[in-house]
Design a protein around this ligand. Structure first.
Ligand code: BGC
Length: 761
């Protein structure tokens, strides 16, 4: 794999630390130092502004703008207007002048520069000493955090200290709505602004989507000096000036309240009043910081993965869990997980099929309420999926490949019109969630409606071959985005078959549990008997290309005959291929971007024999270039299962440190949030051999040579299970209800007394 680690940050099990300011690394560092709380997020940019490569990104979950309508797109079903998560108010806006000269770290003599993100407190700290032209030394401390308990609250703390001589300091602080999206365009109109002695507030409204953001702050200083408010077109704030004598320090605390309104259900006056109320009730920095520390202590107590003997991966996995938690923990069922979370503008903030296939397991086994909310997001956007289906000349509901608000936002037609893994992914997510939580209420109240609508879509999009013996999908693109307009993609067909089967099973279960509710659902959906018959026939007749002699699934009909490329012979400079090879060149050979056959073998793992998994792994892995960051973890999991431990460890290398070491050379654009979710999956399903696709949970741990031990916990139907694996034994203990677990093929009851089993060598 042409992926090289770019090691830059210090290795520390509980922190990310940068020592020394390095302008070339600034944009990557800004992504890494992002803080968020699901509701809002800011990149780790320097609030005072810096002239090197930087993206001052501030985002709110669900606050988006529409791009321009592309009038040249006249074809039915092809998206001609995208929506994207829009860069919003810079509530950390600061400018600093020392003896009249503006502070710009890129043009400054600086020592002892450090930026630290602390996983235990959730705050970002930046410190340095600046030496002015006339040798004055000034110490700076910047801190910020976003509340994990109160979604609207953010905090900023600045200290400036004259170390050896007096100095004239001017600080400008405020709220900046003049922020540029994609560093080009501003999408905000100001609808109200006001400032008082120590507070300022502003409501901005997006130009096209008409969403509103209230931002307001209160300032506190340690020195009693006048604060002068100012207003510019899209910036409002305060200026203060102070002459610091030697050893004197000015401290400013800025408490910020932000409210994001996706739909203008309230008047602007109501929004303003709500914002001011929240602001007036906001606790100060130190009080609220304590609450954040308590929040993170609770999270680490149950969600931590402890790896002994491998500091780098220890740091990596904690970073992944920390960033995933910041991006999503189930506050609101209208939120989803963008591929880049709230850390950048690439992928436009969109959520993909990644949510159900890569992120959901973490939530099902750590925070089932959040898992339910993720699925509720799909329920809340079912109408948009229903509207999408007829655009593709189909019925039922077709979930978008990329979206924020439930509408399809992908303007690349071959993805938006040919990829159905979001729809089958939703069905898979419902199945996984219900199987592992037993939440039939969710299934019957919400899940089934989605399942029926997805099945209807899959019937209407599917086709029979000429002699009517094979049902399947013609002209599609599976997860492997290097093969388009293919027929009978195994993944699509297999997942559709599973969707039909589960829909039928869930309908039958509801009929048994409550004939009244069953009838209500049938009436609501106007579901006809012949449709149920179609689900059955399509499931039974689904064609999945398979070579029984070689135990090989064919990725799609005709794949085995494609021209072969030796992917190891592709020069490193050609990566990423989509930038260096012509688009059509990528499509006309047997090279694959990410697991496709191997993906359904991971999702429905226990349906396949070990020999079959081995044959397919050995056939497809050498053809895969892992251009998607989602790819290595699934390969690592299967390699671990197939006793290819070195390969498993090698692929795992990318999982936890994908962004810290910038393996894909694009962390500058934002973090790979959905693939870092797969880091958890990689350890738990990979090394621990966890399987959750049957009634009983399975565990089959191995341990990489280098590690002394690893430990994790998971929640399951009221129990909290702790698992520790060393080179000698697997230790299992359960807090709460006893539960059964199959370990190395044998059933055990896990209780509060620790159970020890010899580890498989
Ligand atoms: C992958 C998709 C994925 C998307 C967002 C693409 O590179 O090919 O499978 O959904 O990234 O993570």
């Amino acid at each position: 794999m042409a992926k090289i680690a770019s090691e830059y940050f210090k290795v520390n099990p509980w922190k990310i630390e940068e020592e020394g300011f390095n302008p070339e690394r600034n944009r990557v560092a800004e992504s890494i130092f992002s803080i968020a709380n699901e509701y809002m997020g800011v990149r780790g940019y320097m609030e005072e502004g810096v002239s090197c490569d930087s993206l001052s990104g501030s985002y709110f979950n669900g606050i988006y703008e529409y791009g321009q309508v592309d009038e040249s797109v006249q074809y039915k079903g092809i998206v001609n207007q995208a929506h994207f998560m829009v860069n919003s108010v810079n509530w950390l806006y600061t400018r600093i002048y020392l003896d009249g000269e503006q502070l710009d770290l890129n043009n400054a003599d600086v020592r002892e520069f450090k930026r630290i993100l602390d996983f235990k407190t959730g705050d970002l700290t930046r410190t340095f000493i600046l030496i002015t032209g006339d040798r004055k030394e000034v110490k700076f401390i910047f801190k910020r955090f976003i509340s994990m308990n109160m979604p609207n609250y953010g905090y900023q703390h600045i200290e400036i200290e004259a170390l050896n001589q007096s100095i004239e300091v001017e600080i400008v602080t405020g709220l900046d709505f003049s922020i540029l999206h994609w560093e080009k365009q501003n999408y905000w109109n100001i609808v109200k602004q006001a400032a008082g002695d120590s507070f300022a507030g502003c409501i901005g409204e997006t130009i096209t989507s008409k969403q509103q953001v209230f931002s307001g702050y209160q300032l506190q200083t340690n020195i009693d000096i006048p604060l002068h408010s100012f207003k510019e077109e899209k910036v409002i704030g305060h200026k203060l000036q102070v002459n610091l004598t030697k050893d004197q320090k000015i401290v400013i605390d800025k408490q910020v309240t932000n409210i994001a309104r996706r739909k203008p259900e309230k008047t602007m006056v109501d929004l303003w009043n709500e914002g001011m109320d929240k602001l007036n009730n906001q606790e100060d920095y130190s009080v609220h910081m304590q609450k954040n520390i308590e929040y993170w202590t609770t999270i680490w107590k149950d969600h931590d993965i402890v790896i002994e003997g491998d500091e780098k991966n220890q740091q990596g996995i904690r970073f992944c869990i920390f960033q995933l938690q910041q991006t999503y923990h189930g506050v609101d069922s209208n939120n989803n997980i963008g591929a880049k979370g709230l850390t950048g503008e690439a992928y436009s903030g969109h959520a993909f099929w990644d949510t159900e296939t890569y992120c959901l397991p973490f939530f099902i086994f750590n925070n089932p309420e959040a898992a339910q909310n993720l699925l509720m997001y799909r329920y809340n956007t079912l109408d948009q999926a229903r509207k999408r289906a007829p655009q593709l000349d189909c019925t039922g509901a077709c979930y978008p490949i990329a979206t924020l608000n439930g509408e399809e936002a992908c303007t690349l037609w071959q993805h938006a019109s040919l990829q159905f893994q979001p729809s089958t992914g939703v069905a898979y997510g419902i199945w996984q969630y219900v199987l592992n939580t037993g939440d039939l209420e969710f299934l019957f109240d919400y899940g089934l409606e989605m399942l029926v609508e997805i099945s209807r879509f899959l019937v209407s999009r599917g086709q029979w071959n000429a002699d009517h013996t094979k049902f399947g999908y013609y002209g599609v693109m599976g997860p492997d985005e290097f093969q388009m307009m293919v027929n009978h993609n195994s993944y699509t067909n297999y997942m559709a078959k599973k969707t039909f089967e589960y829909t039928l099973e869930a309908l039958a279960d509801l009929q048994v549990c409550s004939s009244v509710q069953y009838q209500r659902l049938i009436d609501k959906l106007k579901l006809q008997n012949f449709e149920i018959g179609e689900f059955k026939t399509c499931a039974q007749q689904m064609y999945i290309p398979y070579d029984a002699d070689r135990l090989l699934y064919e990725q799609h009909e005709g794949y085995f005959d494609l021209p072969h490329i030796d992917v190891d012979a592709i020069p490193v400079e050609d990566f990423p291929l989509y930038k260096n090879w012509s688009y059509d060149h990528i499509y006309r050979n047997d090279m694959i971007k990410q697991p496709d056959v191997l993906m359904f073998m991971f999702l429905y793992n226990q349906e396949f024999s070990p020999d079959c998994k081995k044959a397919n792994y050995e056939y497809y892995e050498p053809r895969c270039i892992h251009e998607s960051s989602l790819s290595p973890s699934v390969h690592s999991i299967l390699a671990a299962e197939l006793d290819k431990i070195d390969e498993a460890v090698d692929f795992f290398r990318f999982a936890t440190r994908m962004d810290i070491d910038d393996y894909n050379r694009n962390t500058a654009e934002g973090l790979h949030i959905t693939s870092i979710a797969a880091a958890w999956v990689n350890i738990v399903y990979g090394f621990a051999g966890f399987r959750s696709d049957r009634e009983e949970l399975v565990l089959s741990p191995i341990i990489p040579d280098k590690w002394k031990s690893y430990r994790f916990k998971f929640k399951y139907r009221g129990s909290l299970i702790t698992i520790k694996v060393t080179h000698q034994e697997v230790e299992l203990v359960c807090d709460g209800k006893k539960m059964n677990l199959i370990v190395y093929g044998k059933k055990y009851q896990i209780t509060s007394e620790s159970l020890r089993i010899a580890v498989k060598k």
